[in-house]
Write a protein that binds this ligand. Structure first.
Ligand code: TXA
Ligand code: MG
Length: 323
């Protein structure tokens, strides 16, 4: 049984969703970053359904979501001091830690890697759902592979209609951009795999050391197999166009930074996003979803400055932009 529309999250619908998860079915649910597509992380057959629903390659590892910090120890086999420190500061919240995985986690969850990403989300619906299910939830973003992440239940319904047992609506995602992913070695060395809602500099302040990007191993395989160059992309070609540069010809839409662009043609759709990184991230995917329309030949976006506070936003824009 599958659904194509969202239901508002209430204690009753959360209980029903938890029953679907325990039965091995998929449930899309809100988190403070983006919506997730969840399955029981301890059930390999349930997790397999995620890859089918998203058309995602098996080599792309999933994040395991827990509702209580002490449950991390059931998912991972090592808990270095750095993990404890970061969990205390950033959990519940948008930080994912990749650590050596425990045997409880089936190989399919982590793309056969010996590690697993673990995150304790802050969204009350996410936590209530995980607690009600009584198991950790493997959950990627609830969109088709490589496409825009959903920050509203309506985005999920459009992208995964008929492929999930239930879609829980918990309002718009507050951060609007995915979690920051770090890897932590057995020795407690921390590297950045994906910039996200927690800024690199916040992590560095807590650890008291610099946090570098994860290096590539000798075989040349990516440190984070899910990090594809083209990712998070709308169907409509996205071009990064500074305010001084002309817009492309034909019908399209413009996403401006901070203020409206003067002298635009009347029929052009313009969305102005705030010139502050957090507020911008909150609105970015919703703006892209709203102008990602077959009538548009292009989406032009005025890029934010290349500054540390904008690192995560600029990472997503680079991956979303057409070559
Ligand atoms: O905010 C988020 O993280 C959202 C919500 C739903 O929690 N989830 C999310 O999942 O963005 P997904 O599957 O779209 O992205 C997971 C990222 C990928 O870049 C993947 O490569 C990385 O986390 N990742 C997960 N497990 C990993 C592992 N064991 N080793 C390296 N990278 C891992
Ligand atoms: Mg994703």
């Amino acid at each position: 049984m599958t659904t194509s529309h969202a239901v508002v999250a209430t204690p009753e619908t959360i209980a029903l969703a938890a029953a679907h998860l325990r039965a091995g079915d998929l449930v899309a649910f809100p988190t403070e970053t983006v919506y997730g597509l969840g399955a029981n992380a301890l059930d390999a057959a349930a997790v397999e359904k995620i890859f089918i629903a998203k058309r995602r390659p098996r080599s792309s590892p999933l994040i395991v979501h827990i509702a209580d910090a002490q449950d991390a120890r059931k998912v991972v086999r090592l808990w270095p001091n750095a993990a404890e420190l970061l969990a205390r500061h950033f959990w519940p919240g948008p930080l994912t830690m990749v650590l050596p995985k425990s045997n409880a986690i089936p190989a399919i969850v982590s793309g056969d890697l010996d590690t697993v990403g673990v995150r304790l989300p802050e969204h009350p619906v996410a936590r209530a759902l995980i607690r009600a299910a009584g198991v950790p939830l493997a959950a990627p973003s609830a969109n088709e592979f490589m496409q825009l992440s959903p920050t509203a239940a309506s985005h999920v319904a459009r992208s995964l209609a008929g492929r999930v047992a239930m879609i829980l609506d918990g309002g718009n995602s507050d951060a609007g951009i995915e979690s920051t992913v770090v890897s932590i070695s057995a020795e407690g060395h921390v590297e950045l795999l994906r910039p996200g809602a927690v800024r690199r500099e916040q992590i560095e302040r807590v650890l008291g050391t610099a946090v570098a990007d994860a290096h590539w191993d000798k075989q040349g395989s990516a440190p984070s197999p899910g990090m594809h160059e083209r990712h998070y992309a709308p169907h409509t070609p996205l071009r990064l166009v500074s305010r001084q540069s002309p817009l492309p010809d034909g019908a399209g839409a413009l996403i401006s930074l901070g203020t409206a662009r003067p002298n635009l043609p009347n029929d052009l759709t313009e969305i102005v996003l705030p010139a502050y990184p957090e507020a911008y991230a909150r609105g970015l995917y919703a703006a892209l979803h709203s102008v990602d329309h077959p009538d548009h030949a292009w989406i032009a976006l005025e890029p934010p400055p290349q500054q540390p506070a904008w690192e995560a936003v600029n990472d997503r824009l680079r991956r979303a932009a057409s070559p």
